[in-house]
Write a protein that binds this ligand. Sequence first.
Ligand code: E4P
Length: 212
Amino acid sequence: MEIFLDTASIEDVVFWESFIDGVTTNPSLIAKSGAEDYEVLVKEICQLVRGPVSLEVLSEKYETMLTEGRRIAKINSNICVKLPCTFDGLRVCKELSLEGISTNMTLCFSSAQALLAAKCGATYVSPFVGRLEDVGHDGIHLLEEVLDLYNQQGYETRVLAASIRSLQHVIQAAMLGVDAITLPPLILRQCFEHPLTWKGLEIFANDLKKRK
Ligand code: E4P
């Protein structure tokens, strides 16, 4: 399973570099970074990781989205163009896929959207677990359904669990066999933090002191 960091911060990418295979950004994260020129920022991120760096288009209409997608794909060889699961986004996905450009279909909230993303040749599809749960739906069930559907149909689009809000989400997604997951730095930290680990270290250190 690939682990991506959900961030647009260079500091985060440098700090977590040992654990991550790539990065996902979104317009909100880019805004939070305060970068004056976000394409320069993303290029720098691309050079820090080997794997894919998802960068989302800002256009919403087919023609402008296609032009933007082609342009941002040139920022670096590991750019993955992030497109929304809309009518225009899916059509742009099909076109970019035919041109050999890597794509990540974002804001996926249903298996039907995931089905069309695969039909359009998406490299990744990102079902949003947390945001679905925010409105009372079962985000983990969506992951399960998309994985089953792709398996039944033999689609190669990779399932990227997104909008991950807890350790439980991480484990549930991993146990279902998702191809990739994107984690905010806070959740990645929670993956290794455990009070008993610190407590254990303290006990070992105290025992050693007693021996002296
Ligand atoms: C994924 O690519 C998105 O950037 C991200 O996972 C969204 O997460 P959020 O719903 O916590 O904003």
